[in-house]
Design a binder for this molecule. Structure first.
Ligand SMILES: [Mn+2]
Length: 299
C-alpha cells in the first residue's frame, strides 16, 4: 500500500512508476496556440497533475489501489508550447508513434483540442479497425479555422483524415458549415446532443448501447472537458450551457471499455481558474478512471 504524496511532479503523486515497468503512460501536452476565446489550456496539464494527489488511490469500483496493478508512468511535458499548429501535430504524432511501438497505453492530457489528431494518426497506423469516440460540446468538424487546418475547431475533421467513424457525444454547438457536411455524408446518426443522449436512465441506456454498436472494434477516446456542463466543470476555454454530467460520462466510458478495445485516450481543454479547483480535480479523477477501466474492467 502506498502512502499519499502531496507533491505533484507525477500524476497522482505516484512513486516508483518507471517507464519500463508501466503499461500506461500519461503524456502532458501543454498547447494553447489556436484557442479562440478563453486562454490558458497550456496550463491544464500542470494543474491537473497538481490536483491529482488529492484522489484516493483506492478505486471503489475495483476494490483496489488501481494503478499498482498496471503501472502508471508520467512522461515529461511534450515541448510544443511555441510551435505552430502543424509542427505540434507532427510532434504529437511522432511521440505517440514511439510510445505505441514500446507497447504503452497512452493517456494524453491537454492542452487544447488540436492535440488530438496527431495521436489519432499514430493509433490509426497501428490499429486498422479504428473509430473515435468524441465527448465535446462542439462539433470540431470545420475544415479550417482562423487560417489553419490544425485548429482546435477542426480536431474531429482532421481525425476523419485517418478513421471513417467518429461518434460524437454532448454536442450542442455546431456551425452551418459543419452540419451541411454532416448531412451530406449522412452522419447525423453519429451525433448525440445531450437531449438525444438522454436525461432519463432508460434513454441513456439505449443511447449507450447504440453508441457501442456504432463504434468499431478498436476505439480512441477524445474527451473535451467542455462536453460536461459548465456548472460541474467551468474551467474550459469555450464553456457551453446544457452539458452532460459525471455519471453520464462514466456510464458511457465503462460500457465502451467493456465491449471495445480502447487503444488510447486524451482529456483536453482544461483552462484552470484560480480558486476553483473542482475542474482540475474532476479532470484528474476522470483520467484515473479511464486508465482503471482499461486495465481492470472484466470483459
Ligand atoms: Mn469543445
Amino acid at each position: 500500500m502506498h502512502k499519499r504524496r502531496t507533491y505533484a511532479k507525477t500524476f497522482g503523486g505516484f512513486e516508483g512508476q518507471t517507464y519500463k515497468n508501466s503499461k500506461a503512460v500519461v503524456l502532458p501536452v501543454p498547447y494553447d496556440k489556436t484557442s479562440s476565446y478563453g486562454k490558458g489550456a497550456d496550463k491544464g496539464p500542470a494543474a491537473l497533475i497538481a490536483a491529482s494527489p488529492q484522489m484516493e488511490y483506492y478505486d471503489r469500483e475495483f476494490d483496489t489501489e488501481a494503478y499498482l496493478k498496471y503501472g502508471l508512468h508520467t512522461l515529461p511535458e511534450l515541448k510544443v508550447r511555441t510551435m505552430p499548429p502543424e509542427k505540434m501535430f507532427n510532434t504529437v504524432f511522432k511521440k505517440c508513434e514511439q510510445l505505441l511501438k514500446d507497447g504503452k497505453f497512452v493517456g494524453m492530457i491537454g492542452g487544447e483540442h488540436s492535440i488530438t489528431p496527431g495521436a489519432v494518426k499514430a493509433v490509426a497506423a497501428k490499429y486498422k479497425n479504428l473509430s473515435v469516440l468524441h465527448w465535446d460540446a462542439h462539433g470540431d468538424l470545420r475544415e479550417s479555422y482562423e487560417g489553419t487546418k490544425y485548429s482546435h475547431a477542426c480536431s474531429m475533421k482532421r481525425s476523419y483524415d485517418y478513421v471513417d467513424t467518429v461518434i460524437q457525444v454532448g454536442i450542442r454547438s455546431i456551425s452551418q458549415e459543419e452540419i451541411d457536411w454532416v448531412k451530406k455524408n449522412k452522419y447525423m446518426d453519429r451525433i448525440y446532443s445531450p437531449s438525444r443522449f438522454g436525461f432519463d436512465a432508460k434513454t441513456k441506456a439505449k443511447s449507450i448501447a447504440k453508441i457501442v454498436s456504432q463504434l468499431k472494434k478498436d476505439v480512441y477516446i477524445s474527451i473535451d472537458l467542455d462536453g460536461f456542463d459548465p456548472s460541474f466543470l467551468p474551467a474550459t476555454g469555450t464553456p457551453e450551457p446544457g452539458g452532460l454530467n459525471w455519471y453520464d460520462c462514466l456510464d458511457l466510458m465503462r460500457a465502451v471499455f467493456k465491449h471495445k478495445n480502447v487503444v488510447g485516450f486524451d482529456v483536453n481543454e482544461l483552462a484552470p481558474i484560480k480558486g476553483l479547483p473542482a475542474s482540475e480535480f474532476m479532470a484528474a479523477l476522470l483520467v484515473y478512471k479511464l486508465f482503471n477501466y482499461k486495465f481492470l474492467l472484466k470483459k
